[in-house]
Design a protein around this ligand. Structure first.
Ligand code: CIR
Length: 258
């Protein structure tokens, strides 16, 4: 099944070494290696029948390669977010410019202050969106987001986060009702109707896999998750994300898929 036609990514900038990190995965990113890994990520996406738009690095914003956070792109509208992290708020200007190439002006919506929302907290399951209430996404942001989605015929429900950075740090939808769940999301009632694969604790990072047109991109180094995704019947592509992981970034964070 082909759901996505386009993908937007942004090249990592040198300043990524100063990006936000929880320190969960220690070390400073190696910039040269990050560029090589980013190239491999783009190659993987190109194998998934999508057109990849590569935005130039933006040195002003260390975390700007994580393009998933400043926008949520759907089939019917684009929503420019208001990131909860102060150092990331300015990322919305250039992402809006990029989004204008794909959506008419009257279909570009915006989350306004005091509402905050980051795309990493948004998980799209067909016409329903789960949104994480996190340290980056607040109640007001969620209520604006819900109102916007409703206008376009989508529904939305909130998931409270206790431990992880973003919703998709710990749970990801692989279509066909298949869900990867880890940690605090394992027993959540709101996901009980999905076919859930529970990620082993020592592979928690790999809960963040991405489905792109029937292929699943899996981070390198997580054999149990790789086997599980294959057993679900998906063709898999491995990408090493070690340098982005040091900034709490995963596969989904590095692209907007629409
Ligand atoms: C941040 O803390 O904002 C970045 N270092 C990582 C963002 C990861 N994005 C995502 O999960 N969608």
């Amino acid at each position: 099944m082909k759901r996505f036609t386009n993908v937007i990514v942004r090249r990592p900038c040198r300043a990524m070494t100063e990006g936000i990190t929880s320190g969960l995965y220690p070390g400073k990113p190696d910039y040269a290696l990050a560029l090589i890994q980013h190239d491999a990520y783009i190659d993987a996406l190109k194998k998934c029948q999508v057109n990849v738009t590569v935005l130039p690095a933006d040195e002003e914003f260390p975390d700007s390669c994580f393009v998933e956070d400043p926008a949520v792109l759907t089939e019917r509208c684009a929503i420019i977010t208001n990131p909860g992290a102060a150092s990331r708020k300015g990322e919305i200007l250039s992402i809006k410019e990029a989004v204008r190439n794909f959506y008419p002006e009257d279909r570009i919506e915006q989350i306004m202050s005091p509402g905050t929302l980051e795309g990493g907290d948004v998980m799209m399951c067909r016409d329903h969106f789960f949104v994480g209430r996190s340290e980056r996404t607040n109640e007001e942001g969620i209520s604006q987001f819900t109102r916007i989605l409703k206008k376009y015929g989508y529904s939305c429900s909130e998931v409270k986060l206790e431990e992880v950075l973003h919703l998709k740090t710990g749970v990801n939808y692989l279509e066909q009702n298949n869900l990867l769940v880890s940690g605090e999301f394992t027993d959540k009632e709101e996901f009980s109707s999905f076919n859930r694969y529970v990620i082993p604790e020592d592979e928690a990072y790999a809960a963040n896999c991405i489905w792109v047109n029937d292929k699943v991109i899996v981070p390198e180094g997580y054999p149990a998750v790789l086997e599980a995704v294959k057993a679900m019947g998906y063709e898999t592509i491995l990408v090493d994300t070690s340098e982005f992981r040091k900034l709490d970034g995963g596969l989904s964070c590095l692209s907007l898929r629409f």
